[in-house]
Design a protein around this ligand. Structure first.
Ligand SMILES: C[C@H](O)[C@H](O)[C@@H](O)C(=O)CO
Ligand SMILES: [Mn+2]
Length: 412
């Protein structure tokens, strides 16, 4: 089918395919650096991921240096239509020096900023509160030892300063997202004290105001992690309250809730109380929160909520998955394109007609329309988008992904 015929098929439902393509082109996705090297980072003394997050698998081709990671990213972005962002973790510094976490400075990340500028990419940032001896108890900002808390507070302060400077140089606000692994393997007798300590540490860390045109604070909750099954200090309720009271972004990671919860359903509830939202789009499976995202119902529901509720302008879409059993570049490319495909489908839905049927309690029409539009030629519109952006699709894409993977397989 030609694009013109597909456009006409959507027009029959009152949908403007051109407008959908124009909107999709404006939506940046923040691709996470840590898919490229299994969350190892480039510190001289880093260990395993820790903090209850773990990349499993030993597929060849893991990026071992910042240059290798940037080469993999450049290839991946060339396979993804549109202009996007890179989400960097503090443990991905690029320097000959060996600063501890409480010593990091902007210059340790300057090569990333120069590269991002060169590539026309925005950056986002995260302090790294795991994979460090002072996080071995799975307690950081809520640790009972004030010295350990102070160490992590200093790391968090420096991360905010670095993020703000990145935003200033790049002319685009950097979302600085705080996730801490803090929690308990077995049932604690006191859940209140660590939550009070976490609150005070966050306050100390985020006390210094920054220009929102340069840096935006975000906080990320979690239900549980490996080794912290009984209690996570930074639970959803904890951070929801914190974000509302302190006017930060709230990060909703799709892998951080009970598997039967619909994270898409949370968007509009949260949007009534916080100005902006950060998404970590992910795919939980049993104990794991981080499988590569598919074009599945959960991702499509998330995209539908963003479009239907007009939340795109105040939601920052980030990805969070890591799979070391497959080509890491293919994981980035397929996952990011799936997020875009879900958004495109949502942008191509006849929302006015659907909302009008729902408002009239005409649930039959709502059902008929939602089911019939599933047969529309979304793939043709997606192909047109990729063609306009000079990005491969189908068999050509598959061949390119295999070719690039073969070129990095010799890395040990
Ligand atoms: C590496 C990230 O900070 C991490 O994945 C975090 O966002 C998370 O989701 C932890 O489970
Ligand atoms: Mn996350």
């Amino acid at each position: 089918m030609s694009y013109d015929s597909a456009k006409a098929a959507f027009a029959d439902w009152g949908v403007d395919a051109e407008a959908a393509l124009a909107k999709l082109a404006e939506i940046p996705i923040s691709m996470h650096c840590w898919q490229g090297d299994d969350v190892v980072g480039f510190e001289k003394k880093s260990g395993s991921s820790g903090g209850g997050i773990q990349a499993t698998g030993n597929h060849p081709g893991r990026a071992r240096t910042p240059d290798e990671l940037r080469a993999d990213l450049e290839f991946s972005y060339s396979m993804i239509p549109g202009n996007h962002r890179l989400n960097l973790h503090a443990c991905y510094l690029d320097t000959d020096q060996n600063p501890d976490r409480d010593e990091i400075e902007f210059n340790h990340f300057a090569p990333w900023v120069d590269w991002a500028k060169d590539q026309g990419l925005g950056l986002d940032f995260n302090p790294t509160f795991f994979a460090h001896a002072k996080a071995d108890d799975n307690l950081t900002l809520s640790h009972p030892d004030a010295g350990i808390r102070d160490f992590w507070i200093e790391h968090g302060k420096r991360s905010r300063d670095i993020a703000a400077q990145m935003g200033r140089v790049l002319g685009s606000p950097v979302v600085n997202n705080v996730w801490v692994p803090d929690g308990y393997k077995d049932t604690p007798v006191d859940r209140f004290a660590p939550r009070k300590r976490l609150e005070l540490s966050l306050n100390a860390m985020m006390g210094m105001p920054h220009d929102k045109a340069q840096m935006l604070d975000a906080v990320e909750s979690k239900l549980f992690g490996i080794g912290v099954e009984a209690c996570t200090v930074g639970s959803h309720e904890f951070y929801m309250g914190y974000a509302i009271r302190n006017h930060t972004l709230l990060c909703l990671d799709m892998g951080h809730f009970h598997p039967t919860e619909n994270v898409a359903d949370k968007l509009t509830s949260v949007a009534l109380s916080v100005d902006e939202i950060l998404l970590h789009v992910s795919r939980p499976m049993r104990w794991d929160s981080d499988h590569v995202i598919l074009l599945d119902d959960k991702i499509m529901q998330m995209a539908q909520e963003l479009v239907s509720a007009d939340l795109l302008d105040r939601t920052h879409i980030g990805l969070d998955f890591f799979d070391a059993t497959i080509s890491r570049t293919a994981a980035w490319v397929i996952g990011t394109r799936n997020m875009q495909k879900a958004l495109l489908r949502a942008l191509l839905a006849p929302w006015e007609q659907l909302k009008s049927a729902e408002n009239q309690l005409n649930f039959t029409t709502r059902l008929v329309v939602t089911e019939e539009i599933k047969d529309l030629p979304y793939g043709v519109v997606w192909e047109e988008f990729c063609n306009r952006k000079s990005v491969a699709t189908g068999k050509t894409l598959a061949d390119e992904l295999v070719r690039y993977q073969a070129s990095v397989e010799a890395r040990s």
